[in-house]
Design a protein around this ligand. Structure first.
Ligand SMILES: [Zn+2]
Length: 598
């Protein structure tokens, strides 16, 4: 299939596409995916396609019909080539959709390129007619001589349709920076302003990439492209075979904390170039883009990648061991603060990504657990178990390498991760996997003892307390500790609107609902932050009189405060580590036990 894309109406957020299909049968069914690989939600891309028309090779119109939501049926092709012309509305700036405006065009192939099922394995070529002064950046290789026929623009070649939709295309006036890892060119394109300190960022990024390549023993590509979109809000990333699209808040990127998070995001997507893009669940090898694809293995692929996205920073020497433990403690705290972990199993979280993970609502924290979050914790524990079972001779690194070597071609069967882990560990891990993946029992955190750590629990000191750190010493002007402070179980969005109520919390028992708008406590005007402050000032058992609007009706409810849950986790070093624990720590974090101690 040969495409020509052009942008005569940037301000209408439209891309014009002409798709030339080779001679086939009497009828051509051209189809568009309903989802894009890596983002498990049916997005119905065809809803943004308009003004589709079909022509024969002499330019005569052919009848076009729409038998279903994603099919464009051309009758009377008569075994000759068919040309489809259509426009796609692209006005969603995210990592998994397309965005076209006066500043640039980001094309996600799954939302733009129609193909035919019979042609999926055939090469697909794209001629991009960039507006004057704009250039094209994509992981797709450019055709050497610009291809046959006339017309301007560079031609890019995808070996098949899956490669086409796995290669984002950025068109705009951007600059392209590059660096090398193991001799392979890596490019960075930034949209939405300059990335502050970009040169230092690239140096750090190169070290992270080198660490990942070291784990996998080389780089299976000839060029990698980081596309970074700086925005006022929103963040995320989507992995591609030879590149990634990342969204990150512009203001945050200028801070040290934001820099660490951005590096971690880039490390995450980069790690996927192996772990998802060169070995994936069999259910996604190749993906069926016409409907949902179900696998219970996303915990291993996303959770595993989430584990390594921070661990790689530590291994590259960009994060101190204590900082790494704080980050890990924050992850454990996030899981402990999610009531849904007691409701949904990890395998169900993975299978139901299509209707849960990607379609969150106010009830999600109470009813579901993220396969990223719990998956990461399970992968940390699995790593420690493998290390313990092999006296630190093997690790999760070996499991990942085995998965790639064994299942790179045909994908990992549903039991494949468990089998590979047991093989590397040389131990029976079935009880661990059963509990972690197929029950809602609390995870057993005792494997941290292998590296001289102990997971401890404490109450949070406020809504901004993300855990990961030891309890703070008593604050000035306050007697006692967190146990003497009241707790409601409410969260807010905006000024005073309840965004979530923790399952079983005092607020839920008192009958406060999501979307209630708090206006006063004990007869005095306040907002959400004020109510939470009152909770901190008062003690468990005290009763707040909460005045609120619910669907425009003024209500007053008594809210008896409860005790804070002990859901913040921190990792404490054991007081007298054995030599084996010190050695295991060093093997795990690449630093001496004594470094950064105390
Ligand atoms: Zn990921």
């Amino acid at each position: 299939v040969e495409y020509r894309v052009s942008f005569p109406r940037l301000h209408a957020h439209l891309v014009d596409v002409e798709a030339r299909f080779p001679a086939g049968g009497e009828v051509l069914d051209a189809v568009l995916p309903v989802w894009t690989p890596g983002s498990y939600l049916v997005r119905e891309f065809a809803r943004q396609v308009q003004e589709a028309a079909a022509f024969d090779d002499a330019g005569r119109p052919l009848p076009l019909s729409r038998p279903d939501k994603r099919t464009f049926r051309v009758a009377g092709a008569g075994g000759r080539p068919v040309t489809l012309r259509y426009r796609v509305y692209c006005n969603e700036l995210s990592v998994r959709t397309s965005h076209v405006d006066g500043s640039h065009a980001l094309l996600n192939g799954a939302s733009v390129f129609l193909t035919a099922d019979a042609l999926r394995a055939a090469p697909h070529r794209v001629r991009v007619e960039a507006p004057d002064g704009w250039r094209v950046s994509t992981p797709l290789p450019a055709e050497a001589d610009g291809g046959e026929g006339g017309g301007g623009g560079e031609v890019y070649v995808a070996a098949d349709y899956d490669a086409l939709v796995d290669a984002p295309i950025e068109v705009g006036p951007h600059a392209r920076r590059s660096f090398r890892v193991l001799g392979v060119e890596h490019q960075l394109v930034v949209w939405g302003g300059e990335l502050p300190g970009v040169e230092a960022f690239l140096e750090d990024l190169a070290r992270v990439c080198a660490e990942a390549a070291r784990l996998y023993g080389g780089l299976p590509l000839t060029r990698y492209l980081f596309l970074l979109y700086l925005t006022d809000r929103g963040r995320g990333g989507l992995e591609h075979r030879d590149g990634t699209v990342m969204l990150f808040p512009r203001a945050l990127a200028a801070t040290a904390k934001g820099r660490e998070e951005l590096l971690s995001l880039a490390a995450h997507e980069y790690f996927h170039l192996w772990h998802v893009k060169r070995v994936a669940p069999r259910a996604l090898t190749p993906p069926d883009l016409s409907r949902e694809n179900y696998t219970a293995l996303l915990w291993a692929f996303e959770g595993g990648t989430a584990y390594y996205d921070t661990l790689l920073l530590r291994r590259a020497g960009l994060m101190r061991p204590e900082r790494y433990l704080t980050r890990l403690g924050e992850t454990l705290s996030q899981l402990q603060g999610t009531p849904g972990r007691r409701v949904q199993t990890l395998e169900d979280s993975s299978r139901l990504a299509w209707v849960k993970q990607y379609r969150p609502d106010e009830h999600s924290p109470n009813s579901a657990v993220s396969y990223y979050l719990k998956g990461e914790v399970v992968c940390v524990l699995l790593d420690l178990l493998v290390r313990r079972a092999t006296r630190d001779a093997r690790s999760l690194d070996d499991v990942l390498r085995l998965l790639l070597a064994r299942h790179g071609e045909d994908g990992v069967p549903e039991g494949g991760v468990e089998a590979a882990a047991a093989e590397v560990a040389g131990a029976d891990l079935a009880p661990f996997f059963h509990r972690a993946l197929r029950t809602t029992e609390e995870l057993d955190l005792s494997p941290f003892a292998h590296v001289g750590l102990e997971a401890r629990l404490r109450p949070r000191s406020g809504t901004s307390d993300r855990g990961g750190t030891p309890p703070r010493a008593g604050r000035e002007g306050r007697e006692g500790d967190e146990a003497s402070r009241g707790w409601s179980g409410l969260s807010f969005r905006g000024e005073a609107t309840v965004s979530a109520v923790v399952d079983g919390s005092p607020a839920m028992e008192a009958g406060l609902y999501t979307d209630d708008e708090v206006v006063a406590v004990d007869g005095w005007r306040t907002d959400g932050a004020g109510l939470l402050a009152r909770c901190e000032e008062r003690a468990p058992g005290d009763v707040l009189r909460v005045t609120l609007f619910r669907r425009d009706r003024l209500l007053e409810l008594p809210l008896p405060l409860g005790e804070k849950p002990h859901d913040a986790v921190w990792l404490a070093r054991v007081e007298r580590p054995t030599e084996a624990q010190k050695a295991a720590w060093e093997a795990w974090l690449g630093a001496r036990w004594e470094d950064g101690e105390g």
